[in-house]
Design a protein around this ligand. Structure first.
Ligand SMILES: N[C@@H](CCC(=O)N[C@@H](CS)C(=O)NCC(=O)O)C(=O)O
Length: 210
């Protein structure tokens, strides 16, 4: 039995896992849930993930949830191509950057996202301007972390994959602007060239983002 991915469209957290599956050329079957219908809050799904959230994978009967943990599992189990360096410091550093992008900037990200999900006429200009300004400033940490490297840990890794769904949305929300974030802009361009990321080229419909 191959890997089954339970996902939704659009779903930033599910994208993260699909990119790893694609990068590793792993065959997988998708079961796409309809979150509007509450598919993810019903018995069978809750037995797999008590949080009632996608993504979840079933790998030969082994159930795993939480996208970044799924990705670590996939990298541990299917080691080619390796998506994390062996060096303990770099591994820790990669996790810090993921934590920063997903947890540390979560609140302002969520505020801006909520505004962007409204019809354009209903968006509050002040919330948009302040939110973008705050996030652009918080993103300076990731800008510095890139140094002069192509990817966050030098070589392409889970860190790039795990932060991608959020940073690509921040770009779509107007919070990732030149000239203050030129390294991140270059990184986004490189990420968009990867075939594993191109499968989402048409999924950045901002108003529908989850
Ligand atoms: N920390 C979780 C977050 C999962 C999550 O929030 N998934 C969203 C879709 S992107 C979801 O299922 N939302 C439905 C809900 O929370 O009811 C992960 O990384 O997998």
């Amino acid at each position: 039995m191959g890997i089954i991915l339970y996902d939704a469209v659009p779903s930033a957290n599910s994208e993260r896992v699909r990119i790893v599956l694609e990068e590793k050329h792993l065959p997988y079957e998708r079961v796409t849930l309809n979150l509007d219908n509450g598919d993810h809050k019903r018995g069978e799904f809750l037995k797999m993930n008590p949080y009632g959230k996608v993504p979840v994978i079933n790998d030969g009967g082994k159930i795993i949830f939480e996208s970044c943990i799924i990705n670590e599992y996939l990298d541990d189990k299917y080691s080619y191509p390796a998506l994390m360096p062996r060096d303990p410091y770099l591994r820790a550093r990669g996790r810090i950057l993921i934590d920063y992008a997903l947890i540390h900037i979560h609140e302002p990200y969520w505020t801006l996202r909520a505004e962007m999900r409204k019809q354009e006429v209903d968006r509050d200009r002040i919330v948009l301007v302040q939110g973008r300004h705050k996030l652009t400033s918080l993103l300076q940490y990731l800008e510095s972390a890139l140094e002069d490297q192509e990817y966050f840990l030098g070589k392409f890794s889970l860190t790039d994959i795990d932060v991608w769904p959020r940073l690509s949305r921040l770009e779509a929300y107007g919070a990732l602007q030149l000239p203050t974030l030129p390294r991140l802009a270059g990184w986004l361009t490189r990420m968009k060239m990867r075939p594993s990321v191109q499968i989402f080229a048409d999924s950045l419909r901002v108003a529908e983002e989850l």
